[in-house]
Write a protein that binds this ligand. Structure first.
Ligand SMILES: [Zn+2]
Ligand SMILES: [Zn+2]
Length: 55
């Protein structure tokens, strides 16, 4: 029932298709999603699982 939506962890934009980057949180391994714009600008992100703040 719940549709999985991929959202940028930094700005909250919905990622459609192979846009942006996904990588595991260095602290807990949760998958972090970032759009290409935030990756380019090195915006900070916060892990939704453990609250890790990373560049
Ligand atoms: Zn973003
Ligand atoms: Zn984490």
């Amino acid at each position: 029932m719940t549709e999985k939506s991929d959202r940028c962890m930094s700005c909250g934009v919905t990622l459609i298709g192979p846009v942006g980057a996904r990588f595991p949180c260095p602290n807990c391994g949760e998958i972090i999603l970032r759009c290409s714009r935030c990756r380019k600008q090195s915006n900070p992100y916060t892990c939704p699982n453990c609250g890790f703040l990373g560049p």
